[in-house]
Design a protein around this ligand. Structure first.
Ligand SMILES: Nc1ncnc2c1ncn2[C@@H]1O[C@H](COP(=O)(O)OP(=O)(O)OP(=O)(O)O)[C@@H](O)[C@H]1O
Ligand SMILES: [Mg+2]
Length: 461
């Protein structure tokens, strides 16, 4: 009657321990309509996520976990935490690691994994995969720098065409079809953009206005024999200068230098177009029963994290679109995919969304398309009050752990329907591991004691 069945077991109903509550992964109406796991620090979110991942793997779902803190890089090992072992024993569950785990970390950054063995691989980002508009938002460029970024970007496109880098013969159609709100420009690199921005900076520095100010003429900073840094453009100064000269670029060397500084800061992280690692292979991330932990614990930069998340979501969505088409042709449904975003408030806070409309539009689009394509997003956060209504509005399933602050409970009540007054009032008093669970598959929300996790969680400070 309660319709609590599902192949991914979450836990037992509080007070009616004979009733197990699960998520049916074979119903398009549940996971592809997205899930929020929310609660105050210590409420039990990570334990819930680790158990969920373990079970999703067994159910054959392709799971991708964006691990901002590096907590999940050893979930292929059984838990050894004494309280967790006791809790497992009480429920007649046994410790066990999750199978088919792969840990992916940005090239040049560490993984939090210390245990020997395991599949650990670096990856890089490709500048050409990211929408220039998303990049501008993520780098938080002020309007003057945005204008110059786009000028350099558009000029570089012409240079790439002149140099026959892209489009090459037969690729004109592909060039025509590029949607710059979605993706970048094929074969374009960040270093090339730095080169073009450098040429513009030099032009601005040598302009009459700047000279008349008597500033910016110090030799050394931008020497006349300007060295291009990207291998594809090196030795091709005339091509760039020619294009730059007719580009009618805005002057103001300070803005140009500001832009260059930001581009260099990202370049120095060496996460873009690094030959020591390949980009994420989205097809392999979508293998049935695979777990891919994207370990971002060593990046120290929300901006880089957001670049990775943006790239990942777009790539996964594109690949799943293809997979879904193939499956449909064969009259089957594709392998369900679940992407779990830990610390979701850092990626999608209200403040960020107002600053990053393009990125948010991408997420919203993925969320909407995901419903038809068996692609579910899971947003995990200890600060649900920072998630704007637009994001909450995308989520139809909730696991609500303890939420200590009554004000936050009130705010959530306004955007989440179906949970009754009595259940809302329980949230501040929940014990670790307890949660109000509301799934589209269930007749009504229930208070659930979530199963302890059999997998090892890494302790993070
Ligand atoms: N389902 C559970 N069964 C038994 N114990 C649990 C359960 N969930 C949580 N606990 C206990 O509560 C502790 C904190 O849980 P957890 O780390 O999952 O919380 P969290 O919400 O992720 O916290 P944070 O916001 O700090 O990341 C665990 O170490 C464990 O002792
Ligand atoms: Mg946690």
């Amino acid at each position: 009657m309660l319709k609590v069945g599902g192949d991914v077991r979450l836990g037992l109903v509080v007070g009616q321990e004979e009733i197990a509550v699960g998520i049916p992964t074979d119903k398009k109406s549940v996971l592809p309509r997205h899930l929020g796991i929310m609660g105050t620090t210590g409420g039990g979110k990570s334990t819930t996520v680790a158990g969920l991942v373990h079970q999703l793997q067994q159910a054959g779902v392709a799971t991708i976990l964006i691990d901002v803190e590096g907590e999940y890089t050893e979930i292929d090992l059984p838990t050894a935490d004494p309280p967790m072992l006791t809790a497992l024993h009480r429920r007649e569950l046994t410790p066990a690691g999750a199978k088919n785990l792969r840990v992916l970390h940005l090239v040049g950054r560490d993984t939090s994994r210390e245990a020997p063995g395991g599949l650990v691989k670096p990856f890089c980002l490709r500048f050409s995969d990211l929408s220039p508009y998303a990049v501008m938002e993520i780098l938080d460029l002020p309007p003057a720098q945005q204008e110059r970024f786009l000028k350099a970007y558009d000029t570089l496109k012409l240079v790439l065409k002149d140099l026959n880098i892209f489009p090459q013969r037969g690729e004109e159609q592909q060039a025509f079809a590029i949607d710059e709100l979605e993706t970048g420009y094929p074969r374009m690199t960040l270093l090339q953009l730095i080169d073009v921005a450098g040429v513009f900076t030099e032009i601005a520095a040598n302009s009459k206005e700047e000279k008349s100010k008597g500033k910016n003429t110090e030799a050394g900073e931008f020497p006349r024999a300007f060295n291009l840094v990207s291998p594809e453009l090196r030795g091709k100064e005339p091509s760039i200068k020619q294009r730059a000269a007719v580009a009618q670029a805005p002057g103001n060397v300070i803005s140009w230098r500001g832009l260059l500084g930001k581009l260099w800061r990202v370049q120095r992280l060496q996460v873009f177009d690094n030959s020591k690692a390949s980009r994420l292979d989205h097809a392999s991330l979508l293998q049935p029963g695979s777990i891919s932990v994207i370990d971002l614990s060593d990046t120290d930069s929300p901006q880089v994290n957001n670049l990775v998340i943006a790239d990942l979501l777009r790539g996964v969505q594109k690949q799943q679109e293809e997979n879904a088409q193939k499956a449909e042709a064969a009259k089957k449904h594709p392998t369900p995919v679940v992407v779990i975003i830990e610390e979701a408030h850092e990626f999608l806070s209200a403040q960020r969304i107002s600053q990053m409309p393009v990125l948010f539009q991408q997420v919203a689009k993925i969320a909407k398309r995901g419903r038809k394509r068996w692609l579910g997003l899971v947003f995990v956060t200890q600060l649900p009050q920072h998630l704007p209504d637009e994001v909450l509005g995308l989520i139809n399933n909730f696991i609500l752990h303890k939420i200590a602050d009554g004000g936050v409970v009130d705010r959530l009540r306004k955007s989440i329907s179906g949970i009754d007054k009595g259940q809302w009032s329980m949230l501040p008093g929940l014990a670790p591991g307890q949660a109000v669970v509301s799934l589209t598959s269930m007749t009504r929300p229930l208070l659930v004691s979530i199963d302890p996790t059999p997998c090892k969680l890494k302790l993070v400070e």
